[in-house]
Design a binder for this molecule. Sequence first.
Ligand SMILES: Nc1ncnc2c1ncn2[C@@H]1O[C@H](COP(=O)(O)OP(=O)(O)OP(=O)(O)O)[C@@H](O)[C@H]1O
Length: 238
Amino acid sequence: MATIEVNGLRKRYGAAVALDGMTFTVRPGHVTGFVGPNGAGKSTTLRTIIGLDRPDAGTAIIGGRRYAELAHPMRHCGALLDPHALHPARSGRNHLLWLAASQGLPARRADEVLGLTGLADAGRRAAGGYSLGMRQRLGVAAALLGDPPVLLLDEPFNGLDPAGIVWMRGLLRDLAAEGRSVLVSSHLMSELQDMAGHVVVAGHGRVIADAGVDDLIGEYASLEAAYLELTAGVGGIR
Ligand SMILES: Nc1ncnc2c1ncn2[C@@H]1O[C@H](COP(=O)(O)OP(=O)(O)OP(=O)(O)O)[C@@H](O)[C@H]1O
């Protein structure tokens, strides 16, 4: 089963403690929301899962293996962490063709994921001219190239217009319903309430709640109300 297992991650940047024992498991079949105040350690956790950051302690395991051990990682785990990580002079399609080649994937996958993300026409234009919403779509296209069972997305709703938000919500829900493990960091509680089945709440580099959305909401009026209560004493930027 393609889970993501984050176990006891610790990470310091100088005096700043970014991760302080972060531990949770992402299971297939539903979207897992990853939330918490600014500086809680969400992006550091996502970067660590795909080997862009090295933890001081702890492990992050995807479907039984570390990301660095995967021969063709994009077939196992797709990630959208930075929508601006593209070559501005290269077309969106060429960006995807290059990634596909690097992973031993057929070129037709580039056109398939451009179609899936609504970029079939824009894919021929230089990606440097893309809006933030289009860059997010290209990032999702790249994450889907290898048809992976695990997806990580860092604030994928940023910059999307209202129609784009509806589209992204449906896409992520469908991908999870197909049996994938989908981890989505977001500050948009209303989006997560509609889309996620499970939520991990982080604060100060560790997990402060890890529960199904309905359990987390409990007696509160909304996920946002429950979240604000849970994180009231946690504070934000450190
Ligand atoms: N490269 C870095 N150098 C120094 N400090 C860093 C670095 N990356 C993260 N940090 C620090 O680690 C902590 C966690 O940051 P991180 O970006 O993981 O939080 P986050 O939960 O993703 O926040 P946000 O909601 O604002 O995106 C913060 O205190 C941050 O300043």
